[in-house]
Design a protein around this ligand. Structure first.
Ligand SMILES: [Zn+2]
Length: 497
């Protein structure tokens, strides 16, 4: 049994953890924004060796009291301990993803561009071929690294005093079993809804019924190319600025927010947010392409950006940088889903069939939430199994059951999020659905155009991640977080079309 630490030692570790996070976020920003080909995690881990040691994690574990701050720091140290064993694999995977290419005709297409290529390819046969090329690269170069990392994490978790990875997170107060039960209920309750709405949308977007769709068609349908004209590249940022302006936020005047819009060949095509210092320096990175999918990604990342940028500097490190990530994901979803809100679409864009588009957006929200329900159920099985490779067919089975389209077995390792992040997304979707209906009741359907709604949001953003998503929702709306709210939200949008 490790000895509990003194408060001064804990404060010292906490300050070092903040520096550690700052360096990790800064490296992530440089690599994924295309400013640095390598992704050098090992030297960062070496500089903060103290936070990766087993004795530090165990001593922090022994120091956990009723206070959430200490539990958060203990969780961080456990993740540092595990991350230290797989930092080489993580660096290697990122570097390979940045440098591998596939030969398509007489062109070399970078690995990270294969997915966007599939989304933008209107020919089915070409899409199937691109997907096969991507799977080959994943299988040949990446899966051995993913597998080794999974095995090491599996073994090392027991040294932290947990029977397995799922138990470790239960110890961090992740209510995984309660959420898994909600997922099973959600999957059962929305099964026929998805079968009908899914069939309708695939027919509308691809001319294929749900039974005919293959996995390489799904990304193409999600892309929503037929709506591109309504979501032009050049109005993305102005629409974001105007929306934030209505809420009382002047994006251009925020000194702690940087927009990285530069074109770089290796820049990741997906928008992302790097909260290098919270709230001191938050970077929103985008490579604007236009189209509904790109708009959604921009608004999602802007939600994170504003949450971190408004976080009160007087909060503790644990409340600003750690805590419940369902909170920041919830704020991200709230802004993201404006782009499928018919009232917002009518107001902000020159949009002729907003209710039809909103219904399609809600249908894909249903798909994604069903997919994540299956992912969480899969991860719970994966992390309690003795032999990870045995879970490959289970991945296909669980995801196919939820989405009605079989995924590639190749992705059974890469399609997992560390730290049960899938559970944070699921709770964030519930949070968004419930908070949105509260905002509409209190401020009207155009709540996003009301300055008072903006004042409320800014007040809540200032709390950082001190409260959990459950506590925030309880405080504001007097409700308990419940995934069923997502089903109601989807049904409402479908009925309005
Ligand atoms: Zn996010």
């Amino acid at each position: 049994m490790a000895e509990a630490l003194q408060q001064l030692e804990i404060d010292d570790l906490s300050a070092e953890a903040e520096q550690f996070i700052r360096e990790l976020d800064s490296e992530t920003y440089l690599h994924f924004s295309g400013q640095k080909e390598t992704y050098d995690l090992p030297p960062i881990y070496e500089r903060h060796e103290r936070l990766t040691r087993l004795d530090t994690a165990l001593a922090l574990g022994a120091s956990v009291d009723g206070e959430r701050r200490r539990r958060e720091l203990w969780k961080f140290a456990c993740e540092g301990y595990l991350g230290n064993f797989v930092k080489e694999e993580a660096s290697k995977v990122a570097e390979l993803e940045a440098t591998l290419t596939a030969r398509v005709g007489d062109e070399e297409v970078p690995y990270r561009m294969l997915r966007p290529r599939i989304m933008n390819e209107s020919d089915r046969g070409e899409r199937a071929q691109l997907e096969a090329l991507r799977n080959d690269l994943t299988e040949q170069h990446l899966n051995a690294l993913h597998l080794h990392a999974a095995e090491v994490v599996h073994t090392e978790t027991t040294r932290l005093g947990a029977a397995n990875y799922a138990d470790l997170y239960r110890g961090f107060a992740f209510r995984l079993d309660d959420l898994a039960a909600q997922c099973r209920t959600f999957l059962a309750d929305t099964e026929s809804l998805w079968e009908e709405a899914g069939d309708r949308i695939y027919r509308a977007r691809l001319g294929l019924g749900l039974g005919e769709v293959e996995r390489w068609d799904v990304a193409r349908a999600l892309r929503g190319a037929e709506w591109d004209a309504a979501f032009p590249r050049k109005t993305m940022l102005p629409a974001l600025e105007a929306t934030l302006g209505d809420l009382g936020v002047d994006l251009g005047a925020q000194k702690n927010v940087e927009l990285d819009l530069e074109e770089r060949p290796n820049k990741d095509p997906r928008a992302f947010c790097s909260p290098i210092d919270v709230p001191g320096r938050v970077v929103l990175v985008i490579k604007p392409q236009g189209g509904p999918d790109d708009w959604r990604a921009l608004f999602h990342e802007a939600g994170h950006t504003e949450h971190f940028a408004h976080t009160s500097p007087s909060l503790s490190m644990e409340e600003r940088r750690l805590g419940d990530n369902a909170v920041t994901e919830g704020w991200a979803m709230l802004l993201e889903h404006l782009t499928i809100d018919p009232v917002w679409l009518e107001r902000r864009l020159d949009f002729s069939r907003p209710y039809e588009f909103a219904a399609e957006g809600a249908t894909f929200l249903l798909l994604i939430v069903r997919r994540y329900c299956a992912k969480l159920l899969y991860e719970l099985e994966f992390h309690t199994a003795d032999e990870p490779t045995a879970l490959r067919p289970r991945y296909v089975e669980l995801l196919a059951d939820a989405t009605k389209v079989a995924p590639s077995p190749t992705d059974y390792l890469a399609d997992m999020d560390g730290g049960f992040y899938a559970s944070e997304y699921l709770r964030a979707w519930a949070f968004e659905a419930q908070l949105r209906s509260y905002l509409r009741e209190r401020f009207g359907n155009a709540w996003f155009s009301r300055r008072e709604a903006g004042s409320l949001l800014r007040e809540l953003w200032a709390e950082g991640q001190k409260p959990t998503a459950d506590e925030l929702l309880q405080d504001v709306a007097g409700e308990t977080l419940d995934l069923a709210a997502v089903g109601d939200r989807v049904r409402e949008a479908l009925a309005a079309a």
